[in-house]
Design a protein around this ligand. Sequence first.
Ligand SMILES: [Zn+2]
Length: 372
Amino acid sequence: MSDSDQAFMARALELARKGLYSTHPNPRVGCVIVRDGNVVGEGWHAKAGEPHAEVHALRQAGDKARGATAYVTLEPCSHHGRTPPCADALVAAGVARVVAAMQDPNPQVAGRGLLRLMNAGISVQSGVLEAEARALNAGFVKRMEHGLPLVRVKLAMSLDGRTAMASGESQWITGPAARAAVQRLRARSSVVLSGADTVLADAARLTVRPDELGLGAELTALAQARPPLRVLIDGRLRVPLSAPFFQAGPALVATCAAATSRNRYVDDGHELLAMPGSNGHVDLRKLLLDLAGRGANEVLVEAGPKLAGAFARLGLVDEYQLFVAPKFLGSSARPLLDLPLARMAEAKPLRIVDMRAVGDDWRIIAVPDSTA
Ligand SMILES: [Zn+2]
């Protein structure tokens, strides 16, 4: 792989990132077409049902695609979905070489798109900036490879690791920049999930507020057109339909209560999903499997210490985003996670992958450390 291959793939990844808030359930994909060292076409996938990145780039390149190199952040598709296969479009355009960042992670597809190109006499290479490409679509990759969505837990805490006063009072621990960052986390997610405690105590809506995203007009409009599914875990159906959460739009309620009141939810435009569970606690792993079945790539958990702690205990969390406010809430305030551990040997090891200032607050991104 040459330096220029990496540079053009980096540009394709930059284009793919424009789809961060809108492509789900599809992956974010970018494409750059290069002839004689010059970019002659660029494209990115905006949303499901619309043309793939390669199609946009080929349209822009026109006749200049003949003999050119196409850089794609994901193996071109070979199957007839809602749009015709991109591998065929690249062949028809007379492209001489295709460089992919990664193979399609779907085991039933992987390699077939590249094979189709090779069989047409096109020079094919895969694996350029693969780590970056996988990271951009980590949720899609996990769903394809494991049948589960990526689970990201967002928590806001004080410098002494507390999230709310003993009374439950918790809103506005962090400042406006951190809240905008949380809005963008919601917007990029397929699902925003919370529990009855949080929705009742904070009158939480868990909606995306477009004016707080801090994105340009084009990406804001795309994000608005594809809002995340709001999911409430309410094992005992304690949240009334009059709550702001339900008034804010259609939602999915996962419960293990006898679903006698299904019609009341449906009449109000919501869906009631009966899940297995015990003692009023929904089986979280089964819920995630169900959400993956609905095409959820990234699930954002915005919950209190009990539900966030339950996800952590079950080993279902892929990533923590901790927003840390420069203040102490004191020793009677509530902890970050309800995670009763007795001995140091039980401590949950994490690896910090990013830490930066967000306004007056700090954001720490940490992942469970399986190697520790
Ligand atoms: Zn395609």
